[in-house]
Design a protein around this ligand. Structure first.
Ligand SMILES: Cc1cc2nc3c(=O)[nH]c(=O)nc-3n(C[C@H](O)[C@H](O)[C@H](O)COP(=O)(O)OP(=O)(O)OC[C@H]3O[C@@H](n4cnc5c(N)ncnc54)[C@H](O)[C@@H]3O)c2cc1C
Length: 364
């Protein structure tokens, strides 16, 4: 067996680490000149969206011998709508950094990989098919999957973000649900440290959202964040991602090709969380390659989570600002806090069940 991994990101590297532990040495092909050679941004793991996994760092080390460290843990999330605010307390998740930062998640994973990584790769999938018995497609880009097989695209998203300097509590995350600047989407603030944070705005590219001008939405969002934090945040860097695809492939494995991470459909449609599903798909593909599992079976819970998350998105994106205010007031109750922080309650499953009328589950 001769395995090529296309893409040295979360799923590709998790796959390589797992293969190596089982005695298989893959060859990794990476388009960029080094691991994580892209913009720096803060990302989060929220267990409420990944139940039953309560602590993904402990889970990955204990179950899969993959060792990564967060920047910090999340102890407070403040959710703001136009006229309401809610604060959740408890062990709510973890923060990490991505991209060109020596602590980035991809950099941490790459330190556990011994196999060769061929950088500046221009090899196509077709080139690799000729030279390898098995391929793991891990390019982080669902457009690549769509060239090879059916990929059900549920939406694309515009994302604009910035690194800002100010004064932050590194355990405190901010979320904004407000159609005035995040039509059917949301804004969030994830701190890297006491002095730096990422602020990001994301919304779906539905035809009726095309009328919005990203620059003016961003300006409104930035002003609102500054107002709520009572600070003049200084922008030191920024990024934009256009037409970020959210969807799911029809065959996670096609012949001897495994589709992992975003190439599989790792990004959860409700709030765009894809890091843990990406890492898990890499591990599962490696297990199948080593005869220790069946990829199609192992990824079934992720497909199910995708369905629940899509149902949640479809429901929340129907809410106008008044209803978002009501939702936020509902979140600001002891009961909601307990539901969200209780590790024994599978929140996505519960919401998916409650939102049955919105479900398009049978389509997936
Ligand atoms: C702005 C933004 C914010 C996000 N925030 C969160 C968050 O807070 N929490 C969360 O859970 N998820 C978040 N996500 C989603 C999460 O980052 C992704 O789901 C996850 O990184 C996908 O992992 P992957 O392995 O599929 O791809 P990646 O980790 O992106 O890796 C893909 C790798 O493939 C390489 N590559 C691309 N094309 C080729 C090619 N042709 N040949 C060789 N190599 C190639 C790339 O250079 C890259 O190194 C966010 C995404 C974005 C864009």
């Amino acid at each position: 067996m001769n395995v090529a991994i296309m893409g040295a990101g979360l799923s590709g590297l998790a796959c390589a680490i797992t293969l190596e532990k089982m005695g298989v040495t893959p060859t990794i092909f990476e388009k960029r000149s080094q691991v994580g050679d892209r913009f720096v941004n803060g990302e989060a793991f929220l267990p409420a969206l990944n139940r039953p996994i309560a602590d993904c760092y402990a889970y990955l080390s204990e179950k899969h011998n993959i060792y990564i460290q967060p920047l910090s843990n999340i102890r407070r999330i403040t959710v703001s709508s136009e006229n309401a605010q809610a604060t959740l307390h408890g062990q709510l998740g973890f923060l990490n950094v991505r991209g060109r930062d020596r602590d980035s998640l991809e950099f941490q994973l790459s330190k556990q990989v011994k196999s060769e990584i061929i950088f500046n790769s221009q090899y196509t999938y077709e080139n690799l098919l000729q030279n390898f018995t098995h391929i793991v497609l891990a390019t982080g880009d669902a457009a690549y999957t769509a060239k090879i097989q059916d990929f059900r695209q549920d939406l694309t998203v515009t994302l604009k973000g910035a690194t800002v300097e100010g004064s932050f509590d590194k355990h405190h995350v901010g979320v904004w649900l407000n159609n005035n600047f995040a039509p059917q989407g949301y804004g969030y603030l994830l701190p890297f440290s006491e002095k730096e944070a990422t602020i990001t705005l994301g919304y779906p590219d539905y035809p009726h959202n095309q009328k919005f001008d990203l620059k003016s939405l961003w300006e409104k969002y930035y002003q609102r964040v500054c107002r709520d934090l009572q600070q003049d945040l200084r922008v030191t860097d920024n990024f934009e991602v256009t037409r970020y695809i959210i969807g799911i492939c029809s065959s996670p494995r096609l012949g001897n090709t495994f589709f992992t991470g975003n190439c599989f459909g790792a990004i959860m449609p409700a709030y765009g969380f894809g890091q843990l599903p990406a890492i898990l798909t890499g591990i599962y593909a490696a297990k199948d390659l080593c005869g220790l599992g069946n990829y199609r079976e192992l990824i079934k819970p992720l497909k199910q989570s995708y369905k629940y998350s899509l149902a949640l998105r479809r429901a929340v994106e129907k809410l106008d600002n008044n209803k978002l205010d009501r939702l936020v007031r509902l979140i600001d109750t002891e009961l909601a806090n307990n539901l969200i922080t209780n590790p024994y309650i599978n929140l996505m499953k519960l919401l998916g069940f409650a939102l049955r009328p919105y479900q398009i589950m049978k389509e997936v």
